[in-house]
Design a protein around this ligand. Sequence first.
Ligand SMILES: Cc1ncc(COP(=O)(O)O)c(C=O)c1O
Length: 450
Amino acid sequence: MNRTEEMIQKDVAHLWHPFTQMKLWPDEPPLVIQRGEGNWLIDSQGRRFFDGVSSLWVMVHGHNHPRINQAIREQLAELDHSTLLGLSHPQAIRLSAELARICPGGLQHAFYSESGSTAVEIALKIAYQYWQQCGYPAKKTFVALENAYHGDTIGAVSVGGIELFHQVYGPLLFPVHRLPQPFCRRCPLGLEHPQCRLACAEALEPILERHGEEICALIVEPRVQGAAGMIVQPEGYLRRLWEICRRHEVLFIADEVATGFGRTGSLFACQLEGVEPDLMTLGKGITGGVLPLAATMSNDKVYQAFLGEFAEFKTFFHGHTYTGNPLACAAALASLELIEETGLIFSLGPKIDFLRKGLAKIAELDHVIQVRQQGMMVGIELCRDKAGDVSYPPEERMGHRAIMAARKHGVIVRPLGDTVILMPPLSSSLEELELLLDAVAKGIKEATEV
Ligand SMILES: Cc1ncc(COP(=O)(O)O)c(C=O)c1O
């Protein structure tokens, strides 16, 4: 037995993988990723694969970036970890000031945690407690979108709306008002864009008119519902939701965990529509994709409601052990410096256009019914017929088959159901994007044309 086989044997015996049917896991021996180099992953047998989903939507400047590595090494020599409960440290201080500078609107206060899910939990709890402390104790429920995804902890699952992931936990969840999904190709209201005049956003108005007194906040993934299959919202949708929330005095939470740090072509998706949320969740790309860190940003209006005398107990009673870990903060600061120094956001324009042109060809393939793109976020939806009437049965695992076929051509991508997701690192070159598009087109053809 060679080293890779040995590792796989131990993996199968002991490692429970996320979002994975473990019964089928041993049937397709996994790649064991040994090294990362720029936008490439190298497995234990030395094979190289382009990281077509940015190691689950996180990688900004590529793996093993010398500047980020150096920042972590320097920080490690100085301070590995110290708590933010009752103490502070320079990197958390510097990062919170940087985030306050670059975030849209007046998001001046950073509360750290370690994952997108915890950032969402924190936003929900802050929004809830805000109204309790402002003298509106009835404001206890949330509005969220159908098919939303905000993470896997119980609060995040409650506001999430993906049946397949969330249904089983139904009895554990708190009730939420739902907005129809802004998915023009399969409009849940049966309307056509733009004649619909954003009826899916306008649906918020009657909910807030009727139940506004008991609603504390709306939470939305701005511009793109990622885990729903990269559902791109029609232009103006986000801003309309924000305007309605402001008029009804309901807090607006933008979940930028997936969209933040350049993914949509803008530093933050909210900036594409001039939206200034009350609370904003950040994760994934915040450290350039290197260490686990998340932040929940809040504006001063929200923050002020938590100030009071000790015995008033307006404190936000929340905090994770590794909150604001110095190594992760140092990585985040280095990543933010790189974003500015390299003009990363400006450099995205040609890459996004290049992707768009290449995707137009993929859209013509027989079993592709829609290609959705927002910046560097892409969903390619597969269906048995071009009209999109006959889905592949789940047991065919067509999305999975397509990505496994693409892997033979040297790229790692992941499906969400029968939608193939591409989310290349923002540092990808045009040549790498070409290779990605080519491998994915071949993979889709090989999987669907049998
Ligand atoms: C919009 C959004 N929010 C929250 C999360 C949860 O983040 P994490 O997996 O880091 O908990 C995700 C993860 O994909 C996400 O896409």
